[in-house]
Design a protein around this ligand. Structure first.
Ligand SMILES: *Cc1c(COP(=O)(O)O)cnc(C)c1O
Length: 397
């Protein structure tokens, strides 16, 4: 192999000389690169915190921080002053607790998992209690173990998912006379916050205010990401944004106020010419209407790039950015590969080993979600495990 062969064969992954040999090798061996911009996530948290002042801005880091990595994300946010974190499951809390300071509050949204009281106690996790039976189980555990940890009471105001009814919550008010009642938060969850004009928003805010105000001295929280943008009547004492931290637009009817936090690039493994009239991919759903040049990249639906975004004749497909230009996906998305129509690019613009940008460079998570037939939340939480992850700035060890 000559030196120039080597140069062409080398993927032009970020050939940053500051990379360790191991890091460079890991980048070359992966199907693609998933870049998480921790600075952007911190900036998004600050923006949400500013919008919600004087309410406290917590952070929802469930589902591995929506695919971004719960430990690096929570570490970065704690460094910026975030003091309260929400995960969904007890296992998520277990994985996250060692990365947090003792004083950080850690809530488990799915509640008090049966037979697990010792774990809550060991890691000082607070269940978000969603039913009276759960509250009774938690009380039994506390009585038996003597554990003094806190819990949130979830009150359902119209979501009809988790939470005690307002009338049931009212029945719990006498409990507040006990010094060790244990409740550190009352909360509810909005069902339609991303649709500001939906009448359920106002009804939930009123219902929640009514019941929360009777839990004197206990902080109250209602808003998710979109709820932050519904105004001060929705902020109460604490807000709980998730998706907006990671760049998903919390105001779908207006421009996105958040910074994009996630980028995905996949390697071009082959460039090939296809004759006019030839079809591309499984099912022959896409026909070349001109002599076509394709870039085949090493990512697919197993990496969270949904099959729904594939190129079908007559349908506008999703786009990727190649050599700085948007190019459409051609043919079905395979498990491990995607073909991109790069005919519009000049001949020398791109070669094997270059990277195609699947998310980033103007292609947003929300845009991809429309092609996938879903929402940005599902795009993020579906991001595959085969990508090599890069944290910017590098997460503190
Ligand atoms: C997921 C979740 C959140 C965060 O919602 P986003 O829309 O991602 O901001 C807040 N509260 C509860 C109860 C949740 O389940």
């Amino acid at each position: 192999m000559t030196a120039s062969d080597t140069a062409t064969a080398l993927p032009t992954l970020d050939m940053d000389m500051s990379l360790s040999v191991e890091e460079a090798a890991a980048r070359h061996a992966a199907s693609g690169l998933l870049t998480v911009d921790l600075d952007a996530i911190v900036a998004n948290w600050r923006l949400l915190a500013g919008k919600s002042t004087p309410a406290e801005c917590a952070a929802v880091v469930k589902a591995d921080a929506y695919g971004c990595g719960a430990v690096p994300v929570a570490t970065a946010l704690a460094g910026a002053g975030c003091a309260t974190f929400f995960v969904a499951t007890l296992n998520e809390a277990k994985a996250l607790r060692p990365a947090l300071r003792e004083q950080a509050a850690l809530y488990v949204l799915d509640g008090f998992f049966p037979h697990c009281g010792d774990v809550y106690a060991a890691i000082d996790a607070r269940p978000v209690i969603g039913s009276l039976i759960e509250l009774a189980e938690w009380d039994v555990f506390r009585r038996r173990s003597g554990w003094q940890g806190g819990a949130a009471l979830h009150i359902d105001t119209g979501m009809n998912r988790l939470g005690v009814l307002p009338a049931e919550a009212e029945g719990l008010l006498p409990r507040l006379r006990q010094a060790d009642h244990g409740l550190t938060l009352v909360m509810s969850h909005l069902a339609c916050a991303d649709t500001p004009e939906h009448p359920l928003n106002g009804r939930q805010a009123v219902a929640f205010r009514e019941i929360a105000s009777r839990f004197t001295g206990i902080p109250a929280a209602l808003a998710n990401s979109s709820g932050v943008f519904l105004g001060p009547a929705f902020h109460f004492d604490m807000v709980r944004p998730g998706a907006a931290l990671y760049g998903v637009n919390p105001t779908p009817e207006a421009d996105n106020p958040m910074q994009p936090a996630v980028g995905v690039e996949a390697r071009i493994v082959q460039i090939r010419e296809v004759a006019r009239g030839d079809t591309v991919g499984y099912g022959a759903t896409w026909t070349a209407r001109r002599p076509t040049r394709l870039a085949v990249v090493t990512a697919g639906y197993a990496d969270g790039y949904f099959r729904a975004a594939g190129g079908v004749d007559g349908v506008r497909s999703a786009e990727a950015v190649v050599a700085g230009q948007r190019c459409p996906v051609a043919g079905r998305i395979s498990m491990d590969l995607i073909a991109i129509d790069i005919t519009e690019l000049s001949d020398n613009a791109v070669r094997r080993g270059h990277m195609a940008t699947l998310i980033g460079g103007g292609v947003t998570v929300d845009e991809l979600a429309r092609h996938f037939g879903t929402i940005g939340y599902e795009v993020l939480t579906s991001l595959g495990r085969r990508y090599h992850r890069i944290y910017k700035p590098a997460a503190a060890a």
